[in-house]
Design a protein around this ligand. Structure first.
Ligand code: SF4
Length: 377
């Protein structure tokens, strides 16, 4: 069945049912966010150094490049997306003035050591991700008064002058007056990419995911970033709890939604997109799963989806499709044995770093939902 028919059917059949589910989910998340016990479960975080510095590779313009990620600590995001667990890595107050530039500067040694290390075979770092578990242009998370110091701290890192600096931001904040102003400043001082959590363009998805933005706002945000001279990175979810049967649609429909969302991002000018499997871990997803409203996607389903996502890359060479390989071990194994799951994870990592042109070893993909398990070679 064509995707449009699937989506229309989901919208018509599921609206009444799905809106009550959305309400239940909303209150679950609100409860999670407001309960003191849950909030106090957060780690006590330091604000004078990044939570973590990690190194990996990704594709940019079809080539493999080195990427460094600084997980910065600061104020919680004001939005409450259903699937999000990033709030657990934030603080309950505003980010103190000076903390973000200090955290960036604190990564100098680790970046320098990485660059000097002859043991690491990775290509030189060309991408610096400044991820703050919130929105980079939100005044509470990154004070505007720190902007000049942030830019200076980035420039002082032992990285190439033309390093691509990636920050995350919600469209509502990007489209605000201060968001626009700060975007212009950063885009004029650095080679900037803004990552937007587009998640899913399926009808009703933004609302069900409690995204706090419409597709039209995403469209405006994409346009704004591109017209400021920066590039757009889109985050696309696989395994969203939406539609007529909540998260229980056949995996092929979930896959179609992810692919449709990737196409939307590509057609609206994104330079790259990252496919992210929805995982349990924030409390809300566990509640949905227990209520039969969500089923975690499996590794085999993810592999099938990502393989097809790479086909989109072949059609548009200026659009790189990545897989979020963080914590792939936590993705549901389905009926894969431990060895099969390990091999699938290894293949997924290889597919993500080599991309459509180079990777040709994905013929052994199995879609398990509703089908008997088959051996994975
Ligand atoms: S906008 Fe991003 S950080 Fe904020 S709740 Fe949603 S997914 Fe989490």
């Amino acid at each position: 069945m064509p995707l449009g028919l699937h989506l229309t059917a989901a919208g018509n059949n599921g609206l009444g049912e799905s809106s009550s589910k959305v309400e239940r989910s909303r209150s679950s998340v609100r409860r999670l966010r407001s309960r003191d016990a849950e909030r106090s479960r957060r780690q006590q975080l330091r604000v004078d150094r990044p939570l973590a510095v990690s190194f990996d590779t990704e594709r940019a313009g079809g080539h493999e490049v080195g990427a460094a990620t600084l997980l910065l600590t600061g104020a919680e995001c004001p939005f409450t997306c259903l699937f999000c667990d990033l709030w657990q890595h934030t603080i309950l107050t505003r980010t103190p003035l000076g903390a973000i530039p200090q955290q960036i500067a604190a990564a100098t040694d680790e970046l320098g050591e990485w660059a000097r290390s002859s043991a690491q075979p990775s290509p030189p770092i060309a991408v610096l991700k400044l991820y703050n578990a919130s929105n980079f242009f939100d005044e509470r998370a990154v004070p505007e008064a720190d902007d000049a110091a942030v830019i200076e701290a980035v420039r002082s890192l032992p990285l190439p002058d033309d390093v691509l600096v990636v920050v995350e931001c919600h469209p509502k904040i990007l489209l605000s007056t201060s968001g626009r102003r700060r975007l212009e400043i950063y885009a004029s001082e650095l080679r900037l990419e803004v990552a937007l959590g587009l998640e899913s363009t399926a009808p009703g998805a933004m609302e069900a995911l409690m995204k706090g933005a419409t597709l039209e706002e995403f469209s405006c945000a994409f346009e704004l970033v591109i017209s400021a001279g920066a590039s757009v990175r889109a985050f696309v979810l696989f395994g969203v709890p939406i539609g007529a049967g909540a998260g229980l649609e056949p995996s092929d429909q979930q896959r179609q939604w992810s692919l449709e969302t990737l196409r939307w991002a590509r057609d609206h000018g994104a330079s790259c997109a990252s496919v992210i499997p929805v995982r349990p871990g924030n409390g809300a997803m566990e509640i949905l799963a227990a209520n039969g409203e969500w089923q975690a996607p499996t590794l085999a389903q993810l592999e099938m989806t990502f393989k097809q996502a790479l086909a989109l890359e072949r059609q548009a060479p200026r659009f790189d499709v990545h897989l979020d390989t963080w914590d792939l071990e936590a993705v549901e194994r389905g009926c894969l044995s431990e060895g099969e799951a390990d091999r699938t994870i290894e293949r997924l990592r290889r597919m993500s770093s080599l991309g459509a042109e180079e990777y040709s070893g994905a013929e052994d993909v199995v879609d398990q939902q509703g089908a008997p398990c088959e051996p994975m070679s």
